[in-house]
Unconditional design. Structure first.
Length: 40
């Protein structure tokens, strides 16, 4: 089981949100990453 440093994880989410602000796909991407974090 790998532990992802929370700050790095948040930075990835924020960069996705910033790049895709007006795109609905950012919601899917962030949800997917959060799900994978909890499932791992």
């Amino acid at each position: 089981m790998k532990e992802i440093p929370h700050s790095i994880f948040l930075k990835q989410i924020h960069s996705i949100l910033f790049m895709c602000q007006s795109d609905k796909t950012y919601q899917f991407l962030s949800t997917f990453r959060i799900k994978s974090l909890f499932e791992n």
